[in-house]
Design a protein around this ligand. Structure first.
Ligand code: AMP
Length: 218
């Protein structure tokens, strides 16, 4: 059977992670976030974590070779046989080419780009707080926790990601526009690109993505 590969594109803070959780539950496919894989490697202080740290702190992309190797190790696991959701990969044309060389002939692929204007991203991310324990996101003004600094879900401690400060967010947006956004053209040429509106409430974006995926899985 052909694995179904759903690629989520879009700037940082577009809601790729939130949408990936939803798609993962709906279609029973694993969510693979290279950002989360890197943060896990950082916590465990592995060689990959050590190599990626300086790039992540500055909001720059880690080198393609490291990301591609880490991703390929992950997608060869048994739970990826029927397919998977890529959240935050590919982020450059060489990463997309490496993925195509690896799975392009055998996989059924769709690339969904979640579109959100820059100013909305800055507002969303510079107010974002995440639980250190379970990763649940909150927002200082749009989605405050019931008790300041404490996760509603697990009681963990809420922190601002170091790369969510306004300065680093603006740098990450520049990186997105120069290095990642050209992927839209790459997938458009292959007739695999779908754009969805991420500047509306979460439920509307979910509905647009559901429509796209109904066609994809038909
Ligand atoms: P994210 O959580 O997806 O925003 O990723 C956090 C950071 O991890 C990014 O700012 C990059 O430094 C690094 N990273 C994650 N995915 C990639 C990727 N596909 N290519 C290069 N760097 C990445």
């Amino acid at each position: 059977m052909q694995p179904n590969v759903i690629i989520l594109l879009g700037p940082p803070g577009a809601g790729k992670g939130t949408q990936a959780v939803h798609i993962s539950e709906q279609y029973d496919l694993p969510q693979i976030s290279t950002g989360n894989l890197f943060r896990e490697n950082l916590r465990q202080n592995t060689p990959i974590g050590q190599k990626a740290k300086a790039y992540m702190d500055k909001g720059e992309l880690a080198p393609d070779e490291i990301v591609v190797e880490m991703l390929f190790n992950r997608i060869q696991k048994d739970d990826c046989q029927n397919g998977y959701i890529l959240d935050g990969f590919p982020r450059t044309i060489p990463q997309a080419e490496a993925l195509d060389r690896r799975i392009g002939d055998e996989a059924h692929i769709v690339a969904i780009s979640i579109e959100v204007p820059d100013e909305m991203i800055v507002e969303r991310l510079s107010g974002r707080l995440v639980c250190e324990e379970c990763g649940t996101p909150f927002h200082r003004t749009n989605l405050p926790p019931k008790k300041e600094g404490i996760c509603d879900r697990c009681g963990g401690h809420l922190v601002q990601r170091a790369d969510d400060s306004e300065k680093v967010v603006r740098d990450r947006l520049t990186v997105y526009h120069t290095q990642t956004e050209p992927l839209k053209g790459y997938y458009e040429k292959q007739e695999k690109l779908v754009l969805v509106n991420g500047a509306v409430n979460k439920e509307k974006t979910v509905a647009e993505i559901d429509q796209t995926l109904e066609k994809f899985f038909r």
